[in-house]
Design a protein around this ligand. Structure first.
Ligand code: C2E
Ligand code: CA
Ligand code: CA
Length: 509
């Protein structure tokens, strides 16, 4: 191409000099074909020049391995997509053999409400604004890896899920701290056409190489950590091994759990609840154990979370209810008036047959509903409050006593507390256990007791181990308590004998 330019330039130079000179001297003698030839050659030069210029224009460089922009970025946010962030992850870990990376998965929680409220096209607008906010906030933090796209620190995995890669640089808590900061920074409502759009940001974290080497596996584990936070209002966004439902060990345990009821491996303990002034026993909490033929006696936390995740909880709860109501009938026959409390899982409250099942059992064994207490944890109420509320109202209408368990550990709003038909709250053992040595714990427990009383709820303290704690609680107006100070849990079958032996006065039922 450079040679054609030289030829064109030479031709123009010669023509520019020769033609005017020739025309000046021999204008009348030059034949017509000299002019025609000159014009023809000029046109040829012009075309050649145009072709040369077009060929010189910079062409978009398309490399065979790089897909076009729209295949690497999300349609809505324009941020790098999962494929691109995966390439960045692989590049990083292969270029640094000692790399320690955190995958921070960020989800916009309850975005479906925005969808319903605004419709999809406006909701997408909100989504892209939140994505921009997230990216801008991420850019202000050190340690978040810039992605191969020019100004992005956040990848959009699709839907309401985003991902950041954090170089831990040997700082163990770097990603957790960052995730917390981002959750706080992004959570302000957005204004869309004058309306404030509220949303919540939640994150889950997995670590390379501790939690795995494979990108998809790590993303899945960050998801599990996030789901756990949604389910249990857990504070830490970091993945823990027990969150994985699919280890071969857990799959085996799940199959065994299905057989556990039939093979009579489940056992029930019971722990008395007393009135603090005179230690009169007024109730007892029923606690489930699994006497596994190989693994030994398993505590609830070793199998109940698994049963909940695998949809196996309801048959277990039905079995506990059946045994408990049978025991209430036995106690009644012996003239012992006592309430028994059963722990109910969040998945149980979504089973429409729960209320009817309890009603039938109570009728069959001729037990008064007011003798049965159901203990519900905050997560059970808060996971799907709108679905759970009608069930609670049915249970309350039957005459059962409803208790909020582990009170103070979750994030039940006061408004929600008032809405649920509860009669009691059980202050979590973590507040009670430090009362004998920390004034701050005493103050917190005092505030919880006052709050419950203002809502006209009875208060039960659990985990009472020290006599001074029992005395402080009494002075603070909490008169019902449970804990090792009064009794360790023991086999449910031994309850009538235990009650007779202690010869407590029975309150009216
Ligand atoms: P929870 O409802 O908070 O039950 C009280 C737990 O605290 C019991 O542990 C009990 O043994 C323990 N505890 C009682 N007094 C004291 C004390 O003074 N100090 C200390 N440190 N601990 C005390 P457990 O039996 O291991 O039960 C753990 C959890 O498992 C229960 O916590 C409950 O959430 C769950 N659970 C037990 N049985 C069932 C059941 O039948 N169904 C469901 N859904 N959950 C159950
Ligand atoms: Ca309980
Ligand atoms: Ca508790």
């Amino acid at each position: 191409m450079r040679w054609s330019l030289v030829v064109v330039a030479l031709f123009y130079a010669v023509s520019a000099a020769a033609v005017p000179a020739a025309s000046a001297t021999q204008a009348n003698t030059l034949p017509w074909w000299v002019f025609a030839g000159f014009i023809g050659l000029s046109l040829l030069c012009v075309f050649t020049t145009i072709l040369w210029w077009r060929a010189r224009r910079p062409q978009p460089t398309v490399t065979a391995s790089q897909p076009p922009f729209h295949l690497l970025h999300d349609d809505i946010s324009g941020l790098p997509n999962k494929w691109l962030v995966k390439q960045d992850f692989l590049t990083f870990i292969t270029s640094r053999p000692q790399a320690q990376l955190a995958l921070v998965l960020v989800k916009i929680d309850q975005f479906e409400r925005v969808n319903q409220l605004l419709g999809y096209s406006h909701a997408n607008l909100v989504l892209s604004q939140i994505a921009r906010r997230l990216n801008q906030a991420a850019a202000t933090h050190q340690g978040i890896l810039p992605l191969s796209s020019t100004d992005a620190f956040v990848a959009h995995l699709g839907g309401v899920d985003f991902l950041l890669l954090v170089d831990q640089q040997g700082k163990q808590h770097q990603a957790g701290y960052l995730a917390h900061q981002l959750e706080q920074q992004i959570a302000e409502p957005l204004l869309l056409r004058g309306c404030a759009v509220d949303y919540r940001i939640l994150s889950g974290i997995s670590l390379y190489p501790q939690h795995g080497q494979d990108f998809s596996e790590l993303v899945e584990k960050a998801h599990l950590a996030l789901q756990q936070r949604l389910k249990s209002a857990a504070d830490s966004p970091l993945y823990q091994d027990e969150m994985s439902a699919t280890t071969p060990d857990k799959l085996a345990m799940m199959a065994e759990l299905q057989q556990a009821i039939a093979s009579q491996q489940l056992q029930l303990d019971v722990q008395p609840q007393v009135l603090l002034p005179d230690r009169q026993v007024v109730a007892a909490e029923v606690l489930l154990r699994w006497a596994h033929p190989v693994r030994g006696l398993l505590a609830p936390k070793q199998f109940i979370p698994l049963a909940e995740r695998m949809g196996l909880m309801f048959p277990l709860t039905c079995w506990v209810l059946q045994q408990t109501i049978k025991m209430l009938a036995t106690l009644q026959k012996e003239g012992i008036v006592l309430q028994l409390a059963v722990n109910i899982s969040s998945s149980d409250l979504l089973q429409i047959e729960l209320a009817e099942h309890i009603q039938q059992l109570l009728a069959k064994h001729q037990v008064k509903p007011s003798q049965l207490i159901l203990e519900l944890k905050e997560e059970a109420l808060m996971t799907e409050p709108q679905a759970v509320l009608p069930m609670l109202q049915r249970l309350r209408a039957l005459g059962l006593v409803l208790v909020l368990d582990d009170f103070g550990t979750g994030y039940t709003s006061l408004g929600m507390l008032r809405e649920f038909p509860l009669q009691q709250v059980k202050i979590d053992a973590q507040f009670i256990s430090g009362m004998h040595k920390s004034d701050a714990q005493v103050a917190i427990t005092g505030a919880i007791i006052d709050l419950a009383k203002n809502l006209r709820l009875d208060v039960v303290a659990e985990g009472v181990e020290e006599q001074p704690t029992a005395e402080k609680l009494t002075r603070m107006g909490c008169i019902r308590a449970q804990g090792f100070l009064f009794s360790q849990p023991f086999a449910l079958a031994g309850l009538p004998a235990w009650m007779r032996q202690h010869q407590f006065n029975q309150p009216a039922g």
